[in-house]
Design a protein around this ligand. Structure first.
Ligand code: ZN
Length: 117
C-alpha cells in the first residue's frame, strides 16, 4: 500500500513539474507579447514557445488526471492479502478482512474453495 502511495505521489509530482514548466513558457510568451512592438511579428515568433508549452502542458494534465489509473496499472494489488494490514485473506467467508475489517472485493471470497489464481 505504501508503494502505491509513493508511485501515485511521484506521478503527480512529475505531472506538476511538467505543468509548471509549460505554464512558465506560456508566461514567457505572454510577457514577450506585452512588450513586443509588432503583433504580426509576435505571432510568427511565439509559435515555437507556444508549441513547446503545449508539449509540456498537455502530457502534464493528462498524467495528473490519470495518475491513479497509472498507479493501479504499475503497482497491482496483491491477491488474497489485506491491502490495509497484510493479513492473509485465504478462505474468506465474507468480503471483509477478519483481522482489521477492511472491505475487500467480492472476488476475494473463496468460501473454503481453492483460491482463484
Ligand atoms: Zn486487514
Amino acid at each position: 500500500m505504501r508503494m502505491r502511495y509513493m508511485v501515485a505521489l511521484w506521478l503527480r509530482l512529475a505531472a506538476l513539474a511538467l505543468c509548471t514548466f509549460g505554464s512558465a513558457l506560456l508566461a514567457y510568451v505572454a510577457v514577450c507579447s506585452a512588450i513586443s512592438p509588432s503583433r504580426q511579428m509576435w505571432i510568427h515568433w511565439a509559435y515555437e514557445p507556444l508549441s513547446y508549452a503545449a508539449m509540456f502542458l498537455v502530457p502534464g494534465i493528462v498524467m495528473f488526471r490519470l495518475a491513479s489509473v497509472l498507479t493501479r496499472w504499475l503497482v497491482p494489488m496483491p491477491r488474497l492479502i489485506c491491502p490495509q494490514c497484510s493479513h492473509s485473506l485465504f478462505r474468506l467467508a465474507e468480503p471483509r478482512c477478519p483481522e482489521c475489517g477492511c472491505p475487500v472485493p467480492e472476488s476475494y471470497v473463496t468460501r473454503g474453495e481453492r483460491p482463484r489464481p
